[in-house]
Ligand binder design. Structure first.
Ligand code: SF4
Ligand code: SF4
Length: 392
């Protein structure tokens, strides 16, 4: 790495990385054993020693242009070989937290990563808004804005409590909200990773399949090679199928999925699949995080806990809600429907664009842009060789 123009160290950046879980980086003395041990590190994109150096020297501008932290899948092999116990795997995680908060233009992510009180407070505020939508009097009593009058208490009539047309529109507005913030933050990341580089436009199209492949499969994780990382990759893939299915059910298929009374629609099978996957995968992840045996779970930031806990509670409340609905218990069903959405909506609003969940776009984008940058550098080097041959 060229260190001739590093400028003044950014002390705020150093303090941020230390505070986000990278406190051991001070012990690093740049032996590079970690980079040698990392099976994902390559000649063109070598890490994590370079990132340790950039964090130690306060090189914020270099760091925000670096795809390295997102190319790491936290197998922990680097931390195992580090002679100084400088924990490079966790520093890479701290850098991902830092970058997530830096890409976010609203500043909310930064506040949430710096303070658990902010993150929990924001979640509670969003939950209060959802509860108010269901409970505040608006014309006639309770229900989602109670537009069709109070929901009956003789039988479960979810369509009176949460008219499917209104609920569906609310879900679509929520999806639009998530897309706007997530994509605008991803656009900032795109800008930081490409600024000042001469990249032929055609390369962005050529490498789009790389983005799709890694966005859908996270297959790079499997390349870490150990049985432990293969297990983590498969479990993560399983979890993604669960929440992607649930997302499609509520944003696109809600008019069929939100069945009335004890009626049934085939989309319910997808709902059962999604809730079962979410329950099993999040329980398994939380157990591993408590046991701290895998390197990836040895250190936990509050955001690492909130994400699986909220997913678990969303799935659990969804199952219980369905049981109450089938038992035809009106008031408990309406209450649990409200609780279910008071967990699910804040989780999506807070965690997708501003929190840990944002990695769903940052990782594949980094892998894609790293491939584009590498190819552009190769082409530029070839041109230079051609020119020097002509001169000779
Ligand atoms: S993190 Fe550890 S292994 Fe890596 S360069 Fe620093 S001291 Fe060496
Ligand atoms: S945690 Fe694994 S993938 Fe990440 S830098 Fe270390 S060895 Fe490489």
């Amino acid at each position: 790495m060229d260190t001739t123009s590093i400028g003044r160290p950014d002390n705020d950046f150093i303090q941020d990385v230390l505070g986000l879980g990278g406190e051991d980086l001070k012990k690093c003395y740049q032996c590079a054993a970690c980079t040698s041990a990392c099976s994902l590190s390559t000649e063109q994109n070598g890490f994590p020693r370079k990132e340790m150096l950039m964090a130690q020297w306060g090189m914020k501008d270099r760091t925000i242009e670096d795809p390295g932290p997102w190319l790491c899948y936290y197998c922990g092999d680097c931390s195992k070989v580090c002679p100084r116990k400088a924990n490079p795997g966790e520093t890479m995680m701290a850098l991902r937290r830092y970058l997530t908060s830096y890409y976010d233009w609203t500043g909310l992510s930064r506040r949430m990563y710096r303070s658990g009180i902010w993150e929990i407070g924001f979640l509670l505020l969003m939950a209060a808004v959802v509860i108010a939508l269901f409970t505040l009097p608006h014309g006639f009593g309770f229900g989602l804005l109670a537009r069709s009058g109070p929901a009956p208490l003789t039988h479960v009539m979810l369509d009176r409590f949460a008219p499917v047309a209104i609920a569906h529109r609310a879900d679509q507005i929520l999806a639009l909200f998530l897309a706007v913030f997530l994509l605008s933050n991803a656009a900032r990341m795109f800008f930081f990773l490409t600024r000042g580089r001469k990249i032929p436009v055609g390369l962005y199209f050529t490498y789009l399949p790389v983005f799709a492949l890694h966005g859908l499969t996270q297959i790079r994780w499997k390349s870490c090679g150990s049985a432990e990382t293969t297990k983590n990759w498969l479990r993560h893939l399983f979890l993604v199928t669960g929440y992607a299915t649930m997302f499609l059910l509520v944003v696109i298929f809600l008019p069929w999925f939100q069945v009335q009374n004890n009626s049934f629609h085939w989309t319910s099978f997808l709902g059962y699949y999604a809730t079962a996957v979410l329950l099993i995968a999040t329980t398994w992840i939380l157990i591993d995080r408590v046991r701290k045996q895998d390197e990836i779970y040895r250190y936990s930031h509050i955001s690492d806990w909130l994400f699986p806990i909220l997913l678990f509670l969303t799935a659990l409340s969804g199952i219980l809600l369905n049981v109450l609905r089938l038992m035809d218990l009106p008031m408990p069903t309406y209450v649990l429907y409200t609780v279910h959405w008071a967990i699910a909506a804040p989780m999506l609003i807070v965690e997708v664009p501003f929190g840990k969940w944002a990695h769903l776009i940052y990782r594949p984008l980094a892998i894609y842009l790293a491939a584009v940058r590498n190819k552009a550098e190769e082409l530029s080097a070839e041109k230079k060789v051609d020119l020097s041959e002509m001169v000779a």
